[in-house]
Design a protein around this ligand. Structure first.
Ligand code: DX5
Ligand code: ZN
Length: 216
């Protein structure tokens, strides 16, 4: 099933709860939550207190994307705050297998993200452990960047690998996804679509509905 995961990084934080309820009512299934530490990525976003406070606004799946060094240190806290899916970057974990194990032991879904320039081969051994793979389609750290075109081939390769290994793992894409290229990434094999600026700029409800129509 194709699902939409609006990234609240581009939301208006003065009325964050209302904007989350708006994407929920319009049919988005996930809420994508970008945590940045100013070390793994250049910028700093928000952390546990914010996630905790928005948990009561919606029953959407909380898809927490950790762009932080050694995320294993904070898995338990993010689960306590209400994460349903935790994504860690292959590039930021010294012990990737142990990090995945820690996420799964907490009873939430585990996902590993790879930056645009990272080879999919880093996933080879851990693939059967994962609920989702996140193919970054921009360099992580900021909303509103342009989609990197070579990532389409990477998504296609990932779906091919999963099919060959008879795995039904979700493929999420994140960065620069708009109404103009969402079909392209879905056709390549992605099924969980993150979008920030293309959802939260303009008419939010209308944007969600247009994405969902194209994703059907
Ligand atoms: C980027 C974040 C994204 C970001 C996407 O590092 O991981 O989730 O919010 O925003 P857009 O859709 O504007 O590229
Ligand atoms: Zn993200």
């Amino acid at each position: 099933m194709n699902c939409l995961a609006p990234s609240i990084l581009s939301a208006d934080f003065t009325c964050l709860g209302e904007q989350i309820q708006c994407v929920d009512r319009a049919g988005a299934q996930y809420v994508h939550i970008d945590v940045m530490d100013g070390a793994f990525v250049p910028s700093i976003s928000f952390g546990m207190p914010l996630i905790k406070s928005i948990r009561c606004c919606t029953e959407c799946i909380f898809d927490v994307h950790l762009m932080i060094e050694e995320p294993i240190r904070y898995i338990e806290e993010f689960v306590t705050c209400g994460a349903d899916i935790i994504t860690v970057h292959a590039e930021s974990c010294t012990h990737l297998d142990r990090t995945i194990e820690t996420i799964k032991n907490k009873g939430v879904r585990a996902c590993v993200a790879v930056n645009p320039a990272t080879n999919l081969s880093v996933l080879e051994y851990v693939l059967p452990l994962l609920d989702m793979v996140l193919i970054m389609t921009v360099n992580p750290g900021f909303g509103g960047q342009k989609y990197i075109p070579y990532c389409t081939e990477k998504i296609r390769t990932m779906r091919h690998i999963l099919k060959e290994r008879r795995l039904q793992t979700d493929i999420e894409v994140d960065g620069g996804i708009t109404l103009s290229n969402v079909k392209e990434v879905i056709d390549a094999g992605a099924n969980i679509i993150v979008s920030g600026s293309s959802i939260f700029h303009g008419d939010i409800s209308q944007n969600v509905k247009e994405f969902l129509t194209l994703m059907r």
